[in-house]
Write a protein that binds this ligand. Sequence first.
Ligand code: SAM
Length: 218
Amino acid sequence: MAVCDKGEWDQIDDIHEFNREWVEGCIRVLKDDGTIWISGTLHNHPSIGVTLKKLNLWIINDIIWYKPNASPLLQKNRFAPSTELIWIASKSKKYYFNYEMARCLNNGKQMRNLWELTAERHKTTHPTEKPEKLMERIILIGSEEGDTVLDPFMGSGTTGVVAKQLNRNFIGIEIDNAYFKIAKNRIENTQAKSNLTGYLKSLQQTKTQQEFYAESAK
Ligand SMILES: C[S@@+](CC[C@H](N)C(=O)[O-])C[C@H]1O[C@@H](n2cnc3c(N)ncnc32)[C@H](O)[C@@H]1O
């Protein structure tokens, strides 16, 4: 049987209070036209939705990230989970959103809120490491070069790695010392892409979305 013990951080007494506190903290430092992207599993979605409403935030989208290669479920009492939900919200209806980037990354077509992205092989021992390609898409659409990206639950630092590659500044917060060290090391060993414009052109012109993400999963 696969053990899925994510650690003590996954056991929280009052999830609503916890979410209110950290989302409020992020909004305090969010630029007026910035966006907050919150991913999670079914257990936390309802509370996040209520938190965003209670804090009077503008809910822009929910993205369903569909993982076609999600692990099968051993139990026979429910469907095998193969999605994660990502909320996007802002302080007001005026926010930065790179529509053209999204369109280009989707082979010239308007991007929808169902993202089919293969889960990547983990690069670290962190149990919930996100694929770099997922973070890349989010950072390219949600920020500009030179902006600052904050990940208050940094884990093994995937957001920081991608932010640095894409010429964004990065602030990461992580409660677990071991994960913090892994993240710091990973980020320090990451180089910003030397020809970001060329890289973006290559993403936009030479591959369809499916080809691009299938390749990254190899
Ligand atoms: C879902 S994981 C993040 C994974 C990360 N995005 C990645 O791709 O590597 C959540 C992380 O938040 C950390 N964490 C939990 N509670 C925290 C808190 N109160 N302050 C800072 N970090 C916390 C955990 O140790 C864990 O590494």
